[in-house]
Design a protein around this ligand. Sequence first.
Ligand code: NI
Length: 186
Amino acid sequence: MAVKRVLQYGEKTLREPSKEVHKVSRKIQELVQDLLDTMYAKNGVGMAAPQIGVNYRVFVVDVSKNDEPLNPIVFINPKIIKKSGAYVGQEGCISFPEAYTDVKRYANVMVKALDRHGRPFVLEAKDGELLARAIQHENDHLDGILFIDHCVNRFETDQILAKHNLPPVDPDMLADDSEIEKELSK
Ligand code: NI
């Protein structure tokens, strides 16, 4: 239970795929607590295990507003089982301090995962709400995919990254967003 150092864009672990959790052990529960502690310390909306250097398929989100009670949601071995619609909006990441850029996302997702006690649940997030976007952003981290891989404009994003002394977009890592683009053009 501790606030951990958050890896920054450019560090290799952020690009490595994470392993499934086979048992929601005490070690995994400690990881969950570290993720929550670190996310709240950094005022983040979400945090994925690779961001604190642990390549397990675990992430946490809390989309509650400042005047609302905390509402942490824990996802272990998440799978996005349905996605539809499209949405373009600005996103950032605790691993990219102060750098925000427009990214393409599905507007609606349904995700299946285990909670912090190892119990399965299904959650639906709709209409491009923050939760829908956070789930896609954090789930991507588990596959070494970063929000800039979904950027709307690579050259604009490079300028923003440079301003914050971060490495440029890796063209080889750009996501295939053709499905989202199809939805956007509807
Ligand atoms: Ni992130």
